[in-house]
Design a protein around this ligand. Structure first.
Ligand SMILES: [Zn+2]
Ligand SMILES: [Zn+2]
Length: 338
Protein backbone atom coordinates (compact mmCIF):
# COMPACT_ATOMS: atom_id res chain seq x y z
CA UNK A 1 0.00 0.00 0.00
CA UNK A 2 0.98 3.64 -0.40
CA UNK A 3 1.75 5.89 2.56
CA UNK A 4 3.36 9.26 3.21
CA UNK A 5 6.45 8.65 5.32
CA UNK A 6 7.95 11.48 7.38
CA UNK A 7 11.69 10.91 6.92
CA UNK A 8 13.10 13.81 8.94
CA UNK A 9 12.80 17.60 9.17
CA UNK A 10 11.24 19.02 5.97
CA UNK A 11 11.18 15.62 4.24
CA UNK A 12 8.12 13.48 3.52
CA UNK A 13 7.83 11.01 0.67
CA UNK A 14 5.18 8.79 -0.87
CA UNK A 15 6.35 5.21 -0.35
CA UNK A 16 5.20 1.66 -0.98
CA UNK A 17 5.00 0.13 2.51
CA UNK A 18 3.76 -3.27 3.77
CA UNK A 19 0.05 -3.37 4.54
CA UNK A 20 -0.63 -3.54 8.30
CA UNK A 21 -1.31 -6.95 9.81
CA UNK A 22 -4.65 -7.40 11.58
CA UNK A 23 -4.44 -8.73 15.14
CA UNK A 24 -7.36 -10.30 17.03
CA UNK A 25 -8.59 -6.95 18.37
CA UNK A 26 -7.65 -4.84 15.35
CA UNK A 27 -9.83 -3.22 12.71
CA UNK A 28 -8.34 -2.59 9.27
CA UNK A 29 -9.57 0.68 7.78
CA UNK A 30 -9.40 1.92 4.22
CA UNK A 31 -8.85 5.69 4.65
CA UNK A 32 -11.33 7.81 2.67
CA UNK A 33 -10.60 11.36 3.94
CA UNK A 34 -7.77 12.56 6.18
CA UNK A 35 -7.19 16.16 7.23
CA UNK A 36 -3.80 17.83 7.39
CA UNK A 37 -3.45 19.18 10.93
CA UNK A 38 -1.33 22.20 11.89
CA UNK A 39 0.48 19.92 14.35
CA UNK A 40 1.52 17.69 11.41
CA UNK A 41 2.93 20.74 9.64
CA UNK A 42 4.83 21.74 12.80
CA UNK A 43 5.97 18.13 13.20
CA UNK A 44 7.19 18.14 9.60
CA UNK A 45 9.37 21.18 10.34
CA UNK A 46 10.89 19.01 13.08
CA UNK A 47 10.92 21.37 16.05
CA UNK A 48 8.12 20.11 18.29
CA UNK A 49 9.82 16.80 19.14
CA UNK A 50 6.45 15.03 19.20
CA UNK A 51 6.88 13.06 15.96
CA UNK A 52 9.92 10.81 15.56
CA UNK A 53 10.91 9.78 12.00
CA UNK A 54 10.44 7.52 10.18
CA UNK A 55 6.67 7.57 10.75
CA UNK A 56 3.27 8.00 9.11
CA UNK A 57 1.29 11.03 10.34
CA UNK A 58 -2.45 11.69 9.99
CA UNK A 59 -5.01 11.62 12.82
CA UNK A 60 -8.14 13.36 11.47
CA UNK A 61 -9.87 10.78 9.32
CA UNK A 62 -12.82 8.73 8.19
CA UNK A 63 -12.83 5.47 6.32
CA UNK A 64 -14.35 2.12 5.55
CA UNK A 65 -13.78 -1.08 7.49
CA UNK A 66 -11.97 -3.69 5.36
CA UNK A 67 -11.37 -6.48 7.86
CA UNK A 68 -11.75 -7.14 11.59
CA UNK A 69 -9.90 -9.42 14.03
CA UNK A 70 -11.57 -12.39 15.79
CA UNK A 71 -12.23 -10.48 19.01
CA UNK A 72 -13.96 -7.49 17.37
CA UNK A 73 -17.72 -7.44 18.05
CA UNK A 74 -19.36 -4.12 17.18
CA UNK A 75 -17.78 -3.41 13.81
CA UNK A 76 -17.99 -5.34 10.54
CA UNK A 77 -16.35 -5.09 7.11
CA UNK A 78 -18.05 -2.46 4.97
CA UNK A 79 -18.98 -0.18 7.89
CA UNK A 80 -18.36 3.55 7.33
CA UNK A 81 -16.60 4.91 10.38
CA UNK A 82 -14.98 7.92 12.01
CA UNK A 83 -11.97 7.13 14.17
CA UNK A 84 -10.88 8.86 17.35
CA UNK A 85 -7.05 8.77 17.14
CA UNK A 86 -6.52 8.51 20.89
CA UNK A 87 -5.77 4.92 21.90
CA UNK A 88 -6.33 4.74 25.65
CA UNK A 89 -5.50 1.77 27.91
CA UNK A 90 -8.91 1.67 29.60
CA UNK A 91 -7.61 0.74 33.05
CA UNK A 92 -5.39 3.59 34.37
CA UNK A 93 -6.99 5.94 36.94
CA UNK A 94 -7.62 8.63 34.30
CA UNK A 95 -9.28 6.17 31.93
CA UNK A 96 -11.45 4.90 34.78
CA UNK A 97 -12.51 8.47 35.43
CA UNK A 98 -13.48 8.88 31.76
CA UNK A 99 -10.45 11.08 31.02
CA UNK A 100 -9.16 8.91 28.19
CA UNK A 101 -7.46 11.92 26.57
CA UNK A 102 -4.97 12.01 29.43
CA UNK A 103 -4.60 8.23 29.76
CA UNK A 104 -1.15 7.70 31.24
CA UNK A 105 -0.50 4.88 28.73
CA UNK A 106 -1.87 6.87 25.83
CA UNK A 107 -0.88 6.38 22.19
CA UNK A 108 -2.05 8.67 19.42
CA UNK A 109 -2.46 7.55 15.80
CA UNK A 110 -0.28 9.61 13.53
CA UNK A 111 1.76 10.96 16.44
CA UNK A 112 3.43 7.97 18.09
CA UNK A 113 1.82 5.09 16.17
CA UNK A 114 1.18 4.75 12.41
CA UNK A 115 -1.46 7.20 11.21
CA UNK A 116 -3.80 7.79 8.29
CA UNK A 117 -1.66 9.40 5.58
CA UNK A 118 -1.89 5.98 4.01
CA UNK A 119 -4.25 3.75 2.07
CA UNK A 120 -4.92 1.66 5.18
CA UNK A 121 -4.19 1.48 8.91
CA UNK A 122 -5.26 -0.59 11.90
CA UNK A 123 -7.18 0.81 14.89
CA UNK A 124 -8.84 -0.60 18.01
CA UNK A 125 -12.60 -1.10 18.40
CA UNK A 126 -12.88 1.45 21.23
CA UNK A 127 -11.72 4.20 18.82
CA UNK A 128 -14.36 3.63 16.15
CA UNK A 129 -17.68 5.48 15.78
CA UNK A 130 -20.29 4.90 13.03
CA UNK A 131 -20.40 7.64 10.40
CA UNK A 132 -23.95 9.02 10.05
CA UNK A 133 -25.31 8.11 6.61
CA UNK A 134 -25.82 11.70 5.49
CA UNK A 135 -22.37 12.91 6.48
CA UNK A 136 -19.66 13.19 3.82
CA UNK A 137 -16.26 11.53 4.32
CA UNK A 138 -14.71 15.01 4.35
CA UNK A 139 -16.99 16.37 7.01
CA UNK A 140 -16.37 13.19 8.99
CA UNK A 141 -12.64 13.97 8.89
CA UNK A 142 -13.44 17.30 10.59
CA UNK A 143 -14.92 15.57 13.66
CA UNK A 144 -11.48 15.18 15.28
CA UNK A 145 -10.40 18.84 15.15
CA UNK A 146 -13.92 19.94 16.17
CA UNK A 147 -13.67 17.59 19.17
CA UNK A 148 -10.41 19.29 20.20
CA UNK A 149 -12.12 22.68 20.06
CA UNK A 150 -15.24 21.41 21.86
CA UNK A 151 -13.15 19.92 24.67
CA UNK A 152 -11.28 23.21 25.16
CA UNK A 153 -14.60 25.05 25.28
CA UNK A 154 -16.19 22.40 27.53
CA UNK A 155 -13.54 22.82 30.25
CA UNK A 156 -13.48 26.63 30.10
CA UNK A 157 -16.07 28.59 32.10
CA UNK A 158 -17.50 30.90 29.44
CA UNK A 159 -20.12 33.21 30.96
CA UNK A 160 -23.38 33.35 28.98
CA UNK A 161 -22.89 36.29 26.55
CA UNK A 162 -19.36 36.71 27.90
CA UNK A 163 -16.47 37.96 25.80
CA UNK A 164 -14.25 35.29 24.29
CA UNK A 165 -10.87 36.02 22.73
CA UNK A 166 -9.21 33.46 20.46
CA UNK A 167 -5.54 33.83 19.65
CA UNK A 168 -4.83 32.15 16.32
CA UNK A 169 -7.29 31.61 13.46
CA UNK A 170 -6.07 28.24 12.21
CA UNK A 171 -8.51 25.34 12.02
CA UNK A 172 -8.57 24.83 15.80
CA UNK A 173 -8.96 28.54 16.58
CA UNK A 174 -11.80 28.84 14.08
CA UNK A 175 -13.56 25.69 15.34
CA UNK A 176 -13.16 27.06 18.88
CA UNK A 177 -15.04 30.13 17.69
CA UNK A 178 -17.91 27.91 16.47
CA UNK A 179 -17.88 25.82 19.66
CA UNK A 180 -17.84 28.94 21.86
CA UNK A 181 -20.94 30.17 20.01
CA UNK A 182 -22.66 26.85 20.77
CA UNK A 183 -21.87 27.43 24.45
CA UNK A 184 -23.42 30.89 24.52
CA UNK A 185 -20.50 33.26 23.98
CA UNK A 186 -21.40 36.92 23.39
CA UNK A 187 -18.67 38.93 21.70
CA UNK A 188 -16.01 36.76 20.06
CA UNK A 189 -12.68 38.38 19.15
CA UNK A 190 -10.11 36.56 17.01
CA UNK A 191 -6.47 37.59 16.49
CA UNK A 192 -4.01 36.40 13.84
CA UNK A 193 -1.56 37.83 11.33
CA UNK A 194 -3.01 36.22 8.22
CA UNK A 195 -5.58 38.41 6.43
CA UNK A 196 -7.05 35.28 4.84
CA UNK A 197 -7.59 33.56 8.20
CA UNK A 198 -9.04 36.72 9.73
CA UNK A 199 -11.47 36.99 6.81
CA UNK A 200 -12.52 33.40 7.47
CA UNK A 201 -13.02 34.23 11.17
CA UNK A 202 -15.37 37.04 10.15
CA UNK A 203 -17.20 34.77 7.71
CA UNK A 204 -17.71 32.30 10.57
CA UNK A 205 -19.16 35.00 12.80
CA UNK A 206 -16.33 36.66 14.74
CA UNK A 207 -17.41 40.10 15.97
CA UNK A 208 -13.90 41.49 15.76
CA UNK A 209 -10.91 40.18 13.81
CA UNK A 210 -7.60 41.79 14.81
CA UNK A 211 -4.50 41.71 12.63
CA UNK A 212 -1.75 41.72 15.27
CA UNK A 213 0.84 43.37 13.02
CA UNK A 214 -1.48 46.24 12.20
CA UNK A 215 -3.24 46.77 15.50
CA UNK A 216 -2.18 46.32 19.14
CA UNK A 217 -4.35 43.36 20.21
CA UNK A 218 -4.27 44.33 23.90
CA UNK A 219 -5.50 47.86 23.19
CA UNK A 220 -8.09 46.60 20.69
CA UNK A 221 -9.54 44.03 23.12
CA UNK A 222 -9.63 46.59 25.96
CA UNK A 223 -11.45 49.01 23.71
CA UNK A 224 -14.01 46.35 22.84
CA UNK A 225 -14.56 45.39 26.51
CA UNK A 226 -14.89 48.72 28.39
CA UNK A 227 -11.22 48.51 29.35
CA UNK A 228 -11.61 45.16 31.14
CA UNK A 229 -10.25 42.50 28.79
CA UNK A 230 -11.89 39.29 27.64
CA UNK A 231 -13.62 36.98 30.14
CA UNK A 232 -11.78 34.03 28.66
CA UNK A 233 -9.04 33.58 26.10
CA UNK A 234 -8.07 30.51 24.08
CA UNK A 235 -4.49 30.23 22.89
CA UNK A 236 -4.47 28.20 19.66
CA UNK A 237 -0.93 28.70 18.38
CA UNK A 238 1.56 27.57 21.03
CA UNK A 239 4.50 30.00 20.93
CA UNK A 240 5.73 32.57 23.47
CA UNK A 241 4.37 35.75 21.80
CA UNK A 242 0.88 34.31 21.41
CA UNK A 243 0.84 32.86 24.94
CA UNK A 244 1.88 36.27 26.29
CA UNK A 245 -0.82 37.92 24.19
CA UNK A 246 -3.50 35.53 25.48
CA UNK A 247 -2.61 36.42 29.08
CA UNK A 248 -2.52 40.16 28.38
CA UNK A 249 -5.95 40.32 26.69
CA UNK A 250 -7.74 38.43 29.48
CA UNK A 251 -9.55 40.33 32.21
CA UNK A 252 -8.31 40.25 35.79
CA UNK A 253 -9.73 37.09 37.34
CA UNK A 254 -10.32 35.57 33.91
CA UNK A 255 -9.52 32.17 32.39
CA UNK A 256 -6.93 31.33 29.77
CA UNK A 257 -7.00 27.93 28.09
CA UNK A 258 -3.95 26.74 26.17
CA UNK A 259 -4.65 24.54 23.15
CA UNK A 260 -1.58 25.43 21.07
CA UNK A 261 1.24 22.91 21.44
CA UNK A 262 4.27 24.00 19.48
CA UNK A 263 7.12 25.37 21.60
CA UNK A 264 8.32 23.41 24.64
CA UNK A 265 9.86 26.18 26.75
CA UNK A 266 8.44 29.69 26.70
CA UNK A 267 8.85 32.83 28.76
CA UNK A 268 5.81 34.48 30.27
CA UNK A 269 5.01 37.11 32.88
CA UNK A 270 4.36 35.05 36.01
CA UNK A 271 3.46 38.12 38.06
CA UNK A 272 0.66 38.84 35.61
CA UNK A 273 -0.82 35.41 36.28
CA UNK A 274 -0.41 35.78 40.07
CA UNK A 275 -1.41 39.39 40.72
CA UNK A 276 -4.31 39.35 38.27
CA UNK A 277 -5.35 35.91 39.50
CA UNK A 278 -5.61 34.36 36.06
CA UNK A 279 -6.52 30.70 35.77
CA UNK A 280 -4.36 29.05 33.13
CA UNK A 281 -5.33 25.61 31.97
CA UNK A 282 -4.01 23.25 29.35
CA UNK A 283 -6.31 21.15 27.21
CA UNK A 284 -5.39 18.04 25.24
CA UNK A 285 -7.50 16.12 22.79
CA UNK A 286 -11.02 15.19 23.89
CA UNK A 287 -13.02 12.39 25.41
CA UNK A 288 -16.85 12.58 25.54
CA UNK A 289 -16.73 15.43 23.00
CA UNK A 290 -16.02 13.10 20.05
CA UNK A 291 -19.57 11.71 19.71
CA UNK A 292 -20.93 15.19 20.45
CA UNK A 293 -18.86 16.62 17.60
CA UNK A 294 -20.36 13.97 15.29
CA UNK A 295 -23.82 15.15 16.41
CA UNK A 296 -22.90 18.81 16.02
CA UNK A 297 -21.87 18.31 12.39
CA UNK A 298 -24.62 15.80 11.53
CA UNK A 299 -27.34 18.09 12.92
CA UNK A 300 -26.01 21.17 11.12
CA UNK A 301 -25.34 23.03 14.39
CA UNK A 302 -21.73 23.39 13.29
CA UNK A 303 -20.93 23.93 9.61
CA UNK A 304 -17.37 22.83 8.86
CA UNK A 305 -17.68 23.21 5.08
CA UNK A 306 -16.16 26.75 4.77
CA UNK A 307 -12.93 25.60 6.44
CA UNK A 308 -12.18 22.92 3.85
CA UNK A 309 -10.23 24.87 1.26
CA UNK A 310 -8.68 22.07 -0.73
CA UNK A 311 -9.18 18.36 -1.35
CA UNK A 312 -6.26 16.53 -2.99
CA UNK A 313 -5.03 12.98 -3.62
CA UNK A 314 -2.65 11.47 -1.04
CA UNK A 315 0.28 11.74 -3.48
CA UNK A 316 0.07 15.54 -3.37
CA UNK A 317 0.38 15.57 0.42
CA UNK A 318 4.17 16.10 0.63
CA UNK A 319 4.09 19.20 -1.59
CA UNK A 320 1.04 20.64 0.18
CA UNK A 321 2.59 20.09 3.63
CA UNK A 322 5.87 21.60 2.43
CA UNK A 323 4.04 24.68 1.13
CA UNK A 324 2.14 25.05 4.41
CA UNK A 325 5.38 24.67 6.40
CA UNK A 326 7.25 27.27 4.36
CA UNK A 327 4.37 29.75 4.37
CA UNK A 328 3.94 29.48 0.59
CA UNK A 329 0.37 28.36 1.22
CA UNK A 330 -2.14 29.68 3.75
CA UNK A 331 -4.95 27.17 3.25
CA UNK A 332 -6.96 26.52 6.41
CA UNK A 333 -7.96 22.86 6.07
CA UNK A 334 -6.65 20.54 3.39
CA UNK A 335 -8.15 17.06 3.10
CA UNK A 336 -6.22 14.22 1.45
CA UNK A 337 -8.10 11.36 -0.14
CA UNK A 338 -6.09 8.13 -0.66
ZN1 LIG B 1 -4.78 17.68 14.98
ZN1 LIG C 1 -5.47 4.75 30.51
Amino acid sequence: MKALVYQGPMTMTLEEVPAPTVGDDDILIQVRSVGICGSDVHGYIGKTGRRKPPMIMGHEFSGQVVAVGKAVQRVAPGDAVIVSPIQACGHCPNCQAGLTNICTNRHVLGVDIAGAYADQLVVKESMVYPKPAGMSWRHAAMVEPLSVAMHAVEITPIPLMGTVAIVGAGTIGLLTLLAARLKGAGTVIVTDKSPHRLEMAEELGADLAIHVDQQDPVAAVREATDGLGADVAFEAVGYAPTVQQALAITRTGGHVTWIGNSAQMIELNMQEVVTRELTVRGTYGFNKEFPRAIQAIASGRVNVEPLIERVAPLAEGPQIIHDLATGRSDLIKVILEP
